[in-house]
Design a protein. Structure first.
Length: 202
């Protein structure tokens, strides 16, 4: 009898995203994987909704796998509505699953994803076919003013907030964050201000 397994690799200081993988035994590739905050949401729903014994998730049968996929689809649909993905994407892209998935990933992220983060996301996606496809989708989201692209220290980042605002670049972590005027960064060389055109940062 064929068995399956599901495993969550939680985010840590080196990997900012949860990765949830569903595998069929005796196959090298993942049957399906989820990346980012959505992966954690799906795993929590599986634990509570299906009441799976997490210690035994390496011996799932076909019926359990079908239930997992149904739960995953339900969680994803809920998140699409909660994060206004369907509402904000123009109707001309209503059937573009890749565009919906990418916008959901960016909106659910609790940080500003950089290029490498998005490449990692694309590798786990079953609807974004290649880095060039990813680049095209990002361009579409920018054109629709649903995200903005930020350049800092020769690295490109993407922000779910498309409206003009300033950012800080953390030279220690290589990450950016929204500028908070209440944080004193004037004499802290670790943080570099990234002003937006026409906006003074504090």
């Amino acid at each position: 009898m064929t068995t399956w397994s599901i495993q969550l690799n939680p985010a840590n200081q080196y990997q900012l995203n949860d990765v949830l993988s569903l595998c069929k035994h005796n196959q090298n590739n993942h049957f399906r994987s989820w990346f980012g905050a959505l992966a954690g949401e799906i795993f929590q729903r599986i634990k509570s909704g299906l009441k799976l014994n997490i210690a035994q998730t390496d011996h799932l049968d076909k019926t359990e796998v079908q239930h997992i996929l149904i739960q995953a689809a339900m969680v994803q649909q809920h998140c699409m509505h909660h994060y206004r993905v369907y509402k904000d994407l123009k109707t001309s892209h209503i059937n573009d699953l890749a565009l919906h998935d990418l916008l959901l990933f960016i909106r659910m992220a609790n940080y500003h994803p950089g290029e490498q983060d998005l490449i990692s996301y694309q590798k786990h996606s079953h609807v974004i076919e290649s880095p060039s496809h990813l680049k095209s989708l990002l361009h579409q989201l920018q054109n629709q003013q649903l995200i903005q692209k930020i350049s800092a220290n020769d690295t490109i980042f993407y922000d779910k907030n498309p409206y003009p605002h300033c950012h800080l670049f953390d030279t220690k972590t290589g990450r950016i964050s929204d500028y908070d005027c209440h944080i004193n960064t004037l004499h802290n060389e670790r943080f570099k201000r990234i002003p937006h055109t026409g906006i003074e940062c504090g």
